[in-house]
Design a protein around this ligand. Structure first.
Ligand code: OAD
Length: 257
């Protein structure tokens, strides 16, 4: 349950920012990066595959790994937590969802203002020019990384941020703008270890926002949060949005002086 004073701040907020990480997608069946039991790092060493160097060395292997991830994501569906954020969008003047996830589940649920910090796995681009490659171009390709339409010795690669790469400039700018301007920040399902995303909630707090964390485990952000809600994102987001709906009803229909 969100503490009363924070519920009031959320109810009065003009701009809410929600930063999500792999834990937000976990309940949709997409493994997180660092959960040792079931994370992708247990099956593969992501650091060995999600890098420009790995792609240079063996584009086919990296492409196949991403094909497997795409297949998993295609069958994934948003959960109650994603849906709660769609409802939240209708309850506050402005909601910015900033996600480190590349699966598009927020958009699939119906969130309209989503910034993807680490790209989107369903899109592809030329590994040399960075120009986007259409799904039609890729449709006929079978095994291995498809040829780029732009450069004869280039390949298609997923349009995601790999270890050691810069974040898309526009997405990062949007995220920083949201952090600076929001008055309530929710960090949900992230270890708060990977920069620059991990700094965004602190940036929001420095600019006066209230800050809550949703995660079953403690993270480096926890000591800074106004409240840590320990548990699964689906349940906690649903509860918070339910609390906010009740708060708004009471505020609208309460006794008038
Ligand atoms: P991680 O896999 O590092 O962390 C997932 C977090 O979600 C952990 O803190 C879990 O405790 C938490 N968690 C697990 N299940 C949850 C649930 N049901 N509800 C809420 N929280 C839950 O993922 P991220 O922190 O998102 O970057 O990782 C950040 C980035 O590191 C990723 O985007 C990726 C990776 O390297 C790139 O690929 C560039």
């Amino acid at each position: 349950m969100l503490a009363d004073y924070l519920l009031k701040r959320l109810g009065e907020a003009r701009h809410v920012m929600v930063l999500t990480g792999a834990g937000m997608s976990a309940e949709s069946g997409i493994p997180t990066f660092r959960d040792t039991e079931k994370g992708m790092c247990a099956e593969f060493r992501a650091e060995d595959l999600a890098t420009p160097e790995a792609f240079q060395t063996n584009p086919a292997r990296v492409w196949r790994w991403y094909e497997e991830r795409r297949a998993k994501i295609r069958s994934a569906r948003p959960h109650a937590g994603h849906q709660a954020l769609v409802v939240l969008e209708s309850l506050v003047p402005e909601l910015s969802v900033i996600t480190q996830n590349v699966d598009g589940l927020h958009q699939l649920a119906g969130s309209r203002n989503v910034t993807e910090l680490h790209g989107n796995i369903m899109r592809s681009k030329c590994h040399i020019t960075g120009r986007s490659i259409s799904a039609d171009w890729l449709a006929g390709s079978s095994q291995g990384a498809p040829q780029s339409p732009y450069v004869s010795h280039g390949f298609a690669r997923p349009d995601v941020v790999w270890f050691g790469e810069m974040l898309p400039r526009e997405a990062l700018q949007q995220a920083m703008d949201a952090a600076v301007h929001c008055d309530f920040c929710i960090s949900a399902g992230t270890t708060s270890l990977v920069q620059p995303a991990a700094s965004l909630p602190l940036m929001a707090q420095e600019h006066g926002a209230s800050l809550i964390e949703i995660n079953p485990l403690e993270t480096p952000l926890s000591p800074h949060a106004d409240q840590c809600l320990r548990g699964a994102a689906s349940e906690i987001l649903r509860t918070i949005v339910g609390q906010l709906e009740s708060w708004k009803r009471d505020a609208d229909h309460g006794p008038q002086l």
